[in-house]
Design a protein around this ligand. Sequence first.
Ligand code: SF4
Length: 539
Amino acid sequence: MSQSDAKMGPMPEPTIEHEPILIGGGEVGRCPTRIHYRRFFADERETDPVVERRIADGRRWEATVVASLLDGSGAATMATPTDPFERTAPVTISPVVEPDDREIITARLLDAGVPLIVGGRLTSAALGAVGAPDLLLRLDDGYAPIDVKHHRVIGRSGIPARVTPIKRLADTAGSPLPFRSARVTDLLQVAHYWVLLDHIGHANRRHLAGIIGSDAGPTCAWVDLAGGRPSVLDRYQIAFDMATDVVAAGRVQPDRPLVPAVWRGECRGCPWADVCRAELESIDHVSLLPAVPADDTERLLAAGITTTAHVARLTSDDTPPEMDNATEAILQARARGAGRLLARTGADMTLPDRRVEIDFDVETYRGALYLAGLLVGEPEAVEYRPISDWTGSPDGERRVIAALFEYFDDLADRDDFIVYHWTGYERTILKEASARHGVALRSAPSVDAWFDRHACDLWAWIKQRLVSPNGYSLKVIAPLCGFNWRDDDPGGAQSELWYLDLLAGDLSQRSRLLEYNEDDVAAQRAIRHWVRSHSAASA
Ligand code: SF4
C-alpha cells in the first residue's frame, strides 16, 4: 500500500489556494507534511483540549509579558492607520485591526522610529513571506524582532545567547547562556521576521533577534542570527525554501504532500497525528522507532531501509555507518516485531529485596504539587495513601510537602523499605516545592540524598534491562506488563485539565484524579510483578 493510499480514508476534501505564496513565520522549520495538510485540506480536525489549553496559556503568558514591558511607559494603542502616536513611546496595535491596516500601521511606526511596537505585521510579496512578530524593538539604527514563548528556552548547552531581564530589554550584552537547540524553531521564526525587516531597510545591523521564554525572570535571550556555522540565518533559508517548495508542489498536486509523513517530536501536538500514525503503521515506517533520532531516520531511509522489520534483520555491521546508536535501533525494532518487552543480553533482572515496597507518584499543576500518591505494599496488605490538598493555593502545596516529608522522615527510621518512582520528575518537584516553602527533610541533608539512599527510579531500572517496542513511558510499559488504567483517557496533560475543572467547582474530578494517581502507582507495582514472574525473552 502506498503512503497516499493509506491516508485516504479520514481525509477531508482538498482545497486549492489561488493567492500568491506567502510563507508565515510559524511555518518555517515546521514539519513539511503538516504545512501541506494545513494548507490543502479543509481543516476540520478536532482540537485537542490539551493543545487548546496550551495555546490559551501561551496567550495569557504573552499578555503578562507585554503588560510588564509597557507598565508605566506611556504606551499608546492604535486601532486605525490614522490614529495619533508619540514617536518616543511604545505603541500597541489593537488586536481588532485587520491585516492590511496592521501592515500600514507597522510601516508608519517603523518609519517614525518608535521604541517598541506590539502586534506588528510585515509582508513582502517579493520575498514570498508574511510575519507577525510579537514585538519589534528599536535597536541601533533599526529594529530587532522578539517573540514571546510559553516554554523555557535557556538550557545547559545549545546556541550561544545573551540573556537579560526584560526590564532591561535593550541590554543585548547580558549573561552568556545557551539557547536550547531543541527550540531552534523559535529562532527560525524570528529570523523570518528579521529577514522581512531587512528587506524593507529596518533590520538592526547586528542581526539580533530575541526570544522571551518562560524561564525564571522573565528574561529575553538575544541571539546573533548570523553567528556560527551554519548560522541561524543559514538554517532559516533552508527551512524557508522547503516550506515554499511544499506549498508550490501542493498547488499542483494537492492530494499528496511533497514530503511524506515521518514520525517526529512535533507529531505529539499535531492535529494530523492520528492520520499520520495510521499511515506510518500501515507501512511499518522506520520512524516509528523512538530510539531512532530524526537524523538516523534520514540515514536509514537514504540507505533504502524503510521499515522497522528491515531494521530488525540488520546487524550493527550493515547499518549506515554514521548512525548515532544503531544497536539500540536494532534491538527496539526486534522488540517491536515481537510486540513485547525483551530482556537485554546478560541483564540482571533481580529487583531490590525489601519487606515494604512503596510506589510513589506526584500530581502537579504548572509545577505546583497538590497530590502525592503512595501505594504502600507490605507482605500482609497493600494500601493506597494519598497526601493531597485541593485548594490550589501555595499554602496547600506547603501542607502537602510538609506532610510528605514527615512521612518520609518516619520511614527513614526503619531500614526495610524502598520507594519506587518513575523518572526524575518526583525528585525535581519535591526539590522545587521544598525550596519554595523552606520545608526540609529531617532524615537527610537534601531530597537527592534521601532518594539516593531509599528510592529506586523504576523507569531507569527498566530501561537499563529491557528493550521496549515503543519507548519507556509508564503508559507504554505497564500495558505490556498486563496493566490497564481504569480511566479511558489517562495522561499527565489530561489530568491537569481535570484539576482545572475541579478548581472551577466540578468536585467529581477529585475522585477521578485520585483514581488516576492510584492507577499510576499500581502500574509501577504491576511492572515489578511482571518482572518477577516472567523470564523475559532475550533481545
Ligand atoms: S503528525 Fe507528524 S508527520 Fe504528520 S503532519 Fe503532523 S507533524 Fe507532520
